[in-house]
Design a binder for this molecule. Structure first.
Ligand SMILES: Nc1nc2c(ncn2[C@@H]2O[C@H](COP(=O)(O)OP(=O)(O)OP(=O)(O)O)[C@@H](O)[C@H]2O)c(=O)[nH]1
Length: 232
């Protein structure tokens, strides 16, 4: 993992439950940002963190992880993968990087944010990113995936829904089907703290729903999928 990857000291955050007068441990949520570079992975990571932690230094080579705690006490580890789904990057490199990611968070990945930009044209590379994710992780990965669209300032919330109903490119519809409808519109340029908090909250609502249905995606799962794939 990149030198900037820092493992948090504790994987359980103790959040006070004010009503009960007791402390309730909240398991940390591990979220991975994937996609092609240029779509805003780094900026999205920083918006979630509320700080400019992810920099471009060394970011091309390795995943980086930083942590934050939401106002309601939920600790989140945010892992930014390098722009590893560009056509020029070998699958071998991606596989190694993914194993690195899974090693960073022993308790497993709770959600994968597939980052696309509403402004950039969908290209062959976006298709490649999706196919590569599926090939490497197996289709199981879609059960953890949330579609996150940057450049969200382009739409009001109601226009966003209209966009999906009426003008959405087929590729986005496909991704959305894979994600079981989970999507978040993200404006990384806003200075409104309320909007920022609400955007992160929307992600966390999806993450909570995923965690209710399935256990985190772990290194063991990955190995099983690889072994099965090898013997097919
Ligand atoms: N207007 C607008 N610009 C955005 C938004 N999100 C990201 N950007 C811009 O898009 C550009 C690419 O974003 P990055 O986060 O640097 O992209 P990346 O995918 O991490 O790619 P690399 O930096 O090459 O690793 C930057 O100039 C960002 O400021 C957004 O929501 N709205």
């Amino acid at each position: 993992m990149g030198s900037s990857a820092s493992k948090p000291d504790k994987n359980i955050n103790i959040a006070g439950d004010q009503n009960m007068g007791t402390s309730v441990p909240k398991p940390v949520k591990n979220i991975v940002l994937v996609g092609r570079s240029i779509n805003g992975i780094r900026t999205t990571g920083n918006t979630i963190l509320g700080q400019k932690k992810f920099t471009s230094e060394g970011a091309f080579m390795h995943s980086q992880m930083y942590s934050t705690t939401t106002p309601d006490g939920q600790m989140i580890n945010v892992i930014k993968t390098p722009g590893m789904f560009d056509l020029s990057v070998s699958e071998d490199f991606i596989s190694k990087e993914i194993i690195n990611c899974l090693t960073l968070v022993e308790e497993g990945i709770d959600a994968v944010l597939f980052v696309l930009s509403i402004r950039n044209r969908i290209s062959q590379e976006e298709e490649y990113a999706l196919n590569t994710l599926q090939r490497i992780f197996g289709s199981k990965i879609f059960e953890y995936m949330i579609l996150l669209l940057t450049n969200g300032e382009k739409f009001e919330a109601f226009e966003f829904e209209d966009y999906f109903r009426e003008h959405c490119p087929e590729f986005l519809m496909k991704v959305l089907r894979f994600c079981n409808g989970r999507k978040v519109l993200f404006n990384n340029m806003t200075n409104d703290e309320g909007v920022k908090a609400e955007q992160v909250n929307q992600i966390m609502v999806h993450v909570a729903a995923i965690s209710k249905k399935i256990n985190p995606y772990t290194n063991d799962m990955y190995r099983h999928i690889k072994v099965r794939f090898f013997f097919l």
